[in-house]
Design a protein around this ligand. Structure first.
Ligand code: GAP
Length: 430
């Protein structure tokens, strides 16, 4: 399939099926903002839960955090964002549109062909005012990364838990960037969700810890079924001001290869800056030896880019079946759909309802569908990635068994109601 066409298909499926809608659509939308619909929010939650389980709950030395989105302005002065979180921008002299200068192929407006003004640095942080006094002192910013919420809580976690180094603090949350040209669906938006860990280490161990995190990130990417992800070292001017080494994980999106995740060695840059600016001692006191400011390895994961990669990787289509999403079971919004063969036969409905209620106790992400014929229902569930469909037919009333249909193999199996919950649980937990 042509790649541009694939992107259009994904955007259209996402809207039609309630995964992702353009924000404020009844007012014409707003560029760079997206709303997760009923199925999108399930997919997003499943993804975030899986990440939390993988990187926080199952690792004893990682602590969770949920910091505020708006912080003291001094946080951004110390981190260098007020000064340096800027992209080069040019404005078209004809139509007034602005563009990222480093994304342009030619020195003219890509929309109207007009001449371009001088290149300027544009700070991407969204300004806001806190409180009723709308003066300069009330100014601050929506956070452009979740990471700083972690650094400013480093001392709090030290004081509450006295963790031994190495240890990490993890957070999932929104970040805001006033991107000059938001594009490619949720790939580059102005409001997005990050999943980040700051892993505090001794300087001498940074290479080993970096390698460990590289491996953890590879395992995560594999668990999501994302293929062909490339690891590219970021060099020269592209390296962020705080980083000594960064590896970008690049995925082949339908519009081209681009950054999905990053792994950075942030040295002691951030804690040092916050120590200096706040006057708080942010050093770590080992049992033996001198106090020191820890160094940091930062694995960072964009939620929205992961969702776009998942939709792209697991999008399948052919003449016979139409569209099916082969999402990993753990991420699928619904795990099971239950169908009564006919919607106007009370005895079938009753039986199917009792099976639905029984399964829901164990597997809450279950959906009921009695619309149209079974073939149409399979198609509907395939389009949203439901792994298993359970059909209750007239034979069920005789033999207490149902037909279970597998999304990926399309095979159908007769399973007794008695064994159904266990059968599906086993399949879903592979
Ligand atoms: N704390 C480090 C940091 O924020 P980054 O590379 O600027 O580093 C981290 O962002 C991740 O956040 C990216 O790898 C990407 O997944 C996601 N991300 C960044 N900007 C984004 C945007 N405008 N829209 C959607 N996701 C974005």
């Amino acid at each position: 399939m042509h790649n541009e066409q694939k992107m259009e298909k994904i955007v259209s499926l996402a809207k039609r099926k309630g995964f992702i809608y353009p924000s404020s659509l009844i007012y014409g939308g707003i560029a760079g903002f997206w709303d997760y619909g009923p199925l999108g929010v399930e997919l997003k939650r499943n993804l975030e839960d899986l990440w939390w389980k993988t990187f926080v709950s199952s690792i004893p030395n990682i602590y969770g955090l949920d910091a505020s989105l708006v912080m003291n302005r001094k946080v951004w002065e110390a981190s260098g964002h007020t000064e340096g979180f800027a992209d080069p921008t040019v404005i078209c002299k004809e139509c007034g549109k602005s563009f990222r200068a480093d994304h342009l192929k030619e020195n003219k407006c890509p929309d109207c062909g007009g001449g371009l003004g001088d290149e300027k640095q544009f700070n991407m942080m969204f300004e806001t005012r806190v409180g009723a006094t709308q003066d300069e002192d009330s100014k601050t910013y929506l956070r452009p990364e979740t990471a700083q919420g972690i650094f400013v809580n480093f001392k709090n976690v030290l004081d509450s838990f006295s963790p031994k180094i190495p240890f990490g603090i993890a957070q999932i949350g929104k970040a805001f960037r006033n991107e000059i040209s938001p594009r490619d669906f949720v790939f580059r938006s102005r409001e997005f969700t990050q999943m980040e860990i700051e892993y505090f280490i001794e300087e001498k161990n940074w290479e080993k810890e970096f390698e460990n995190w590289l491996e953890f990130m590879r395992e995560w990417i594999e668990a999501l079924g994302l293929k062909g992800v490339k690891e590219i070292e970021v060099l020269g001017d592209d390296l962020a001001h705080y980083s000594k080494k960064t590896i970008d994980f690049e995925y082949e999106f339908p519009f081209g290869e681009a950054e999905l995740y990053g792994l950075a060695y942030r040295t002691d840059y951030d804690l040092k800056k916050h120590s200096e600016k706040s006057g708080e001692d942010l050093s770590y006191r080992p049992v033996e030896g001198e106090p020191f400011i820890p160094h940091v390895i930062e694995p960072t994961f964009g939620v929205d880019r992961t969702i776009l990669a998942l939709l792209s990787e697991h999008y399948n289509e052919n003449e016979e079946r139409g569209i099916w999403l082969s999402l990993p079971y753990k991420l699928a919004p619904y795990k099971i759909a239950v169908f009564p063969l006919l919607r106007n036969k009370p005895e079938l409905i009753e039986k199917a309802q009792s099976i639905f209620a029984m399964l829901k106790k164990n597997i809450p992400e279950i959906v009921w569908d009695d619309n149209g014929n079974v073939g149409k229902r399979y198609r509907r569930q395939d389009e949203i990635g439901t792994p298993f469909c359970v059909t209750v037919d007239f034979e069920t009333l005789e033999d207490s068994a149902v037909t279970v249909r597998d999304r990926d193999t399309m095979e159908q199996e007769r399973v007794t109601i008695e064994n159904l919950a266990e059968y599906l649980n086993n399949k879903l937990n592979v």
